[in-house]
Design a binder for this molecule. Structure first.
Ligand SMILES: Nc1ncnc2c1ncn2[C@@H]1O[C@H](COP(=O)(O)OP(=O)(O)OP(=O)(O)O)[C@@H](O)[C@H]1O
Length: 199
């Protein structure tokens, strides 16, 4: 269960969230809202990568800022950059060593990344970079998977792979996107953020 408790967050003089509280318990959640409404910021706070000005964010009753939460949370977001100097293989190996897990051949194949194992991350196309970002988010099978615009830049085959991932993934998946999820994900909770006009 992901919980935001009285979270406030401002940038410069713009208030994005003011004592915002939300409990997310459903296995599949889609967060949408206008540009700048704070979808990415919400995911970054859920991953413990942005510490709110005040309030708490917890996953399964544990603060997401704690070291332990890194094992149970995975995130793919364009604001979370992958290190460009690694090759794809080196980055996957790095993550698998970090979490003491195997790289999934199935998802490497589904996302057609085998041909790019020796390519430097910085040289990847937008779509292949997104696929690698998804791979690094799921590599340790986190209980909470946070995906920011996961379909962005994906070709048809990769979109099908993403749909398969969303239908099969055993953990909770929270997606921020302007796009609806595929129709067969019928048990999706939809959260609509509004642009906060207060300062
Ligand atoms: N590190 C930061 N420093 C300053 N302002 C920031 C920072 N991060 C986000 N913002 C601002 O916070 C607001 C919300 O940004 P965020 O990326 O969370 O919105 P979003 O809903 O994901 O937008 P989009 O639909 O365009 O992706 C924007 O006005 C953005 O400029």
């Amino acid at each position: 269960m992901l919980e935001f408790k009285e979270v406030s967050q401002s940038y410069q003089n713009r208030c994005l969230f003011s004592e915002f509280s939300l409990v997310i318990d459903e296995p599949r959640v889609l967060i949408s809202g206008p540009n700048g409404s704070g979808k990415t910021t919400l995911l970054l706070m859920a991953a413990g990568l942005v510490q709110p000005d005040s309030g708490e964010v917890s996953f399964n009753q544990q603060s997401v800022l704690g070291a332990d939460s890194k094992k149970s949370i995975g995130i793919s977001a364009s604001k979370v950059s992958l290190p460009g100097f690694f090759t794809v293989q080196e980055l996957l190996d790095f993550h698998s060593r970090q979490f003491n897990c195997e790289v999934s051949e199935k998802w490497l194949g589904q996302f057609s990344l085998q041909d790019y194992l020796n390519t430097k991350v910085t040289d990847l196309s937008l779509g292949n970079y997104k696929k690698l970002s998804l791979m690094t988010a799921i590599i340790h099978q986190p209980d909470l998977l946070l995906l920011d615009e996961p379909a962005n830049g994906l070709d048809e085959k990769a979109r099908l792979a993403l749909n398969l991932l969303l239908s099969e993934y055993p953990g909770q998946v929270v997606i921020a996107s302007h796009e609806a999820l595929a129709a067969d994900h019928n048990q999706v909770r939809h959260i609509q953020l509004q642009r906060n006009t207060s300062t």
